[in-house]
Every structure is written in C-alpha cells, then in structure tokens.
Design a binder for this molecule. Structure first.
Ligand code: FES
Length: 135
C-alpha cells in the first residue's frame, strides 16, 4: 500500500467537505417541499363522498367526520371523553367507543350512552369542492 502523502490527505479532506456540503444542501432543500405537502395532508380530513349519510368515518385515529343529513358535515375529536380511548366505529347513528361502550350522536357528539358524561369535543371544519378540511 503506497504511503499517504500530505497532498493526498488534503485532497481527501477537501473531497469529504464538499460531499458534506452537497448533502447538507440537498437535505436543507427537501424539508420545504415536504412541509408544504405535509401541511396540506394534515388539514385534509376526507372527501365528502367518502362519508356515509347518517354515519361517519374515523380519520387517522384522531378525528371523526360525520354526515348526519345529506350535505351536512360535522367533525369531532376521536378521543373518548370517558377515559381517553379512541372511538372505533360509527354505526346506527352513533360514534362508538370500544373500551366501556360509550356512544355519541353523529349529529352533535352528545352522549347517547355512558359511562362517558361529556360530549365529544367538536372541531371546526371547512367544506369546499368536495373536500373536508380542518378550519
Ligand atoms: S374510554 Fe370510552 S367508554 Fe371508557
């Protein structure tokens, strides 16, 4: 193996620095693109046509979007007000928690059956061009 000269050491050092600089520049440029799309992805809850009339859908385990009557949409937190489980289904006009059986109305999140004593907190939404977004 040939000896490493001072010139080779300097060259390797510079090459490593340039590589690190290019890598940093690329990494720095990417988050701006990702942030834009992530923001949009997190504010979009659902397409209106994906929410059944009289029912609803649990979105990303965080929100429940319902359509109590055709063209009327509501959104609530998916965190049960009893002990914090995530509600698991929407059926028969209620949003249902699997942990202890609480049920909440799809129209306003109010309690239909306990043990939960408080309604699911509502979430303001915007509906435009067939898309439901967080307001
Ligand atoms: S946590 Fe939902 S019913 Fe108990």
């Amino acid at each position: 193996m040939p000896p490493v000269t001072r010139r080779v050491m300097i060259f390797r050092s510079l090459a490593g620095g340039v590589t690190a600089l290019v890598t940093s520049a690329v990494a720095w440029a990417r988050p701006a693109e990702a942030t834009e799309s992530d923001t949009d992805a997190t504010t979009v809850l659902a397409k209106t046509k994906s929410i059944p009339v009289g029912g609803g859908k649990i979105i990303r385990g965080t929100w429940v979007v319902t359509q109590p009557t055709r063209g009327t949409f509501r959104a609530f937190s998916a965190k049960c007000t009893h002990q914090g489980c995530t509600v698991a289904s929407v059926s028969g006009g209620t949003i249902n928690c699997p942990c202890h059986g609480s049920r909440f109305r799809v129209s306003d999140g109010s309690v239909v059956r306990g043990p939960a004593a408080r309604a699911l907190p509502g979430q303001r939404i915007k509906v435009s061009k067939g898309v439901i977004r967080l307001a």
